[in-house]
Structure formats: structure tokens, C-alpha cells
Design a protein around this ligand. Structure first.
Ligand code: NCD
Ligand code: ZN
Length: 347
């Protein structure tokens, strides 16, 4: 039985750090075990230009504990006004690593996102030319489409068209949740990949809704039926280079989640690797964990693979994690699936 695992230090290819009072907590929680992360730009107001991205990066680096090293990979929030020249300048100079596309209204702070996909064509053309990846929140926003179908419908009505119009554009379908998305990404060419979150591998919609509504399991895209969770699991343990970790760790204050209209987002930065080690072990695929957390994403993004390693050790009793992280603005509940893990990252 394997009870110790040494893997290349992981990266998180989809992370929300928020801003201001959240940063000292969110940044260091991730930096404890991750080397790099793609930083989501959905602040209020969003990060839509290089100056804001640079200032945001400085705020992140300012709170990083001196004993940790962490490289935040910045992104710009795509709007119908985004300037292709600015995207090119940002990407070729390494100031940004990707562009994020939110369909307007799809999720938290997405109001400034895209309504008319024709308007972003010039930006996508430049991105395809320079190799800049497009990270997509893949859900339609049409209120007549059932929320459980919004990812599937997005693939057929929006994503397929973007890929046909821009065949050489690198696309990451973010936080996929359905078997249809797994199949679509698997059958696509090398320019198409997907991130998978810790929580979508851990819970299904029964966990969210059966026997009481659990606001800390509510995220977008919303968790689906068990058959979809199993498809995600199969994809990540296959070792396919098209699937990699993007935790989508998305902190919200407890009073914003435990409310009559609760916010979407699960905070998984604290225990992601421990949960994943448990899941991969259950699937008898511990030897594929490193590909998912540390190799596939770096290769897709054209980045070097990290040179340092981390050790994850299996103890003989369940690992305990803080239930909540305290910030000056209030508490944030740490994601806790309905199973325990005995794995623990050695810091
Ligand atoms: C994210 C957030 O809170 O910013 N929420 C979520 O449920 N995943 C936004 C997002 O990635 O959709
Ligand atoms: Zn997200």
C-alpha cells in the first residue's frame, strides 16, 4: 500500500483570490502547496486592462508570506470593448497568461462579460495568432434553459461556433461538470482542454439538495447527477493530457452564502490536494495524480514544469482541517465533502 507520494509541486489553473482584506488569507492558503495559479479577474470592477492587472499582481505579492514562493499568472476579463493590441502586448510581454470569457450574467461578477460573441472576434483572432489561451466559463445564460442543461447547451450553441471560427485558438473549458463536456473535450484537437475542480469530483446534486440545502456545496456550474461526476472522475484518472486541475476555489463570506439568495462558489484552497489524493487512491490511480495537478496544465499553457516537489503522506487517522478561515470581513467556510481523507501535505 502506498502511503507516501512525492510529486512535482502543483499549479492551480483556475483560482479566485478576491482582493483587499481577503488577500492575506487566500494568497497564502494557496501558496502553501501551489507554485502558480491562473488568477481569475472577476473583481468588482473587473480586471480589464494591463494596468489593473499589474496593480492587482502587486497587491497579491505584497501579502505573500516571506517563507513562501508563488507566481500568480494574471488574466484579463474579456469584454466587448477589449482591445486586441492590449491583449497582444500583455501576452507577449508575459504580463498576462490568458484571457477569461464570461458570458454576461453566467456567474459571480460576470455582468460586464460578453453578450454579443461577434464583437469579440477581432480579439480571438489575435489570441489565436499569438497562442494566448482563452479560458471559458461554458454556460449559456438564457433563462429559458434549465440550469442543469446550461453547460451542455453552451457546447452546442456557442463553443462549437467559436472553435469553428477560430480553429487554432487555444481554449480551456473551465470547471467542466458533465459527461457531454468530457466527451466533447476528449474528442477535440490539441487546442482544446478542460479544467476540473476538486468539488465537482467530490459531490453530486444529491449532496447539494437531498435532506436539506447545503449552501457551501453551491457553485457554478452547479453540480450535476452522479453519472456526470463519474465521467469527470474517469477523465482525470485516465491521465489524458486534456484534463488538469483548476480548483475554482472561490471564497465568499458565510453570511453571503448562508442567505436567502446565496452566492455561488466553494472554498477548496485549504484541502484540495488532500481530497484529491483520497479520490485518486479510491480510483486506484494515485500514479496519475501528478499529471492532473502538476504536468498537464503546464504543458497546455506552454509553461515550464515546476522543478520543486511536494510530499503528501497518508496518516492512520483522518486529517483535520480548519472548519473556517477568519478574515477581518468575516468567516469563510472551508469545503468539506461527505468523506474523510487521511492524506496530508507535508509543509
Ligand atoms: C465563482 C466566483 O465566486 O467568483 N463562483 C463559482 O461558483 N464558481 C465564479 C465562477 O468561476 O463561476
Ligand atoms: Zn471560477
Amino acid at each position: 500500500m502506498v502511503n507516501e507520494l512525492t510529486i512535482v509541486r502543483p499549479d492551480d489553473w483556475h483560482l479566485h483570490l478576491r482582493d483587499e482584506d481577503f488577500l492575506p488569507f487566500t494568497v497564502n492558503e494557496t501558496a502553501k502547496s501551489f507554485a502558480r495559479a491562473i488568477i481569475m479577474p472577476n473583481l468588482v470592477p473587473p480586471i480589464t486592462n494591463l494596468i489593473d492587472a499589474r496593480n492587482y499582481k502587486q497587491r497579491i505579492m505584497k501579502v505573500l508570506k516571506t517563507n513562501l514562493s508563488f507566481n500568480p499568472l494574471m488574466t484579463l476579463y474579456l469584454t466587448e470593448e477589449t482591445n486586441p493590441r492590449e491583449v497582444k502586448e500583455g501576452f507577449v510581454t508575459g504580463q498576462i497568461s490568458a484571457i477569461k470569457l464570461y458570458p454576461a450574467g453566467a456567474t459571480t461578477n460576470s455582468q460586464s462579460g460578453v453578450r454579443n460573441f461577434e464583437k469579440i472576434k477581432p480579439v480571438l483572432e489575435v489570441m489565436a495568432e499569438i497562442g494566448c489561451p482563452l479560458c471559458i466559463h461554458g454556460e449559456v445564460t438564457d433563462s429559458s434553459i434549465d440550469i442543469f442543461d446550461r453547460e451542455r447547451v453552451f457546447i452546442n450553441t456557442v463553443l462549437e461556433k467559436i472553435r469553428t471560427d477560430h480553429p487554432t485558438l487555444k481554449i480551456v473549458m473551465e470547471h467542466i461538470t458533465t459527461k457531454e463536456a468530457v466527451d466533447y473535450v476528449s474528442s477535440g484537437n490539441e487546442n482544446l482542454a478542460a479544467t476540473v475542480t476538486t468539488h465537482h469530483l467530490s459531490i453530486n446534486r444529491n449532496d447539494l439538495l437531498s435532506g436539506g440545502i447545503r449552501p457551501h456545496f453551491y457553485c457554478l456550474p452547479v453540480v450535476k447527477r452522479e453519472v456526470h461526476r463519474l465521467a469527470l472522475l474517469e477523465a482525470v484518472v485516465s491521465g489524458s493530457s486534456k484534463f488538469f486541475l483548476g480548483t475554482d476555489s472561490a471564497p465568499h463570506l458565510d453570511h453571503d452564502k448562508e442567505s436567502s439568495c446565496g452566492c455561488a462558489g466553494c472554498f477548496t484552497a485549504t484541502n484540495t490536494l488532500e481530497i484529491l489524493a483520497h479520490i485518486f487512491e479510491e480510483q486506484k490511480a494515485l500514479n496519475k495524480l501528478e499529471l492532473f495537478t502538476s504536468i498537464n496544465g503546464a504543458k497546455f499553457y506552454g509553461k515550464n514544469i515546476n522543478t520543486d516537489k511536494i510530499k503528501i503522506v497518508k496518516k492512520n487517522k483522518p486529517t483535520s482541517f480548519p472548519e473556517k478561515i477568519s478574515t477581518p470581513l468575516g468567516e469563510i467556510t472551508v469545503f468539506k465533502p461527505n468523506f474523510e481523507t487521511k492524506w496530508q501535505v507535508q509543509i
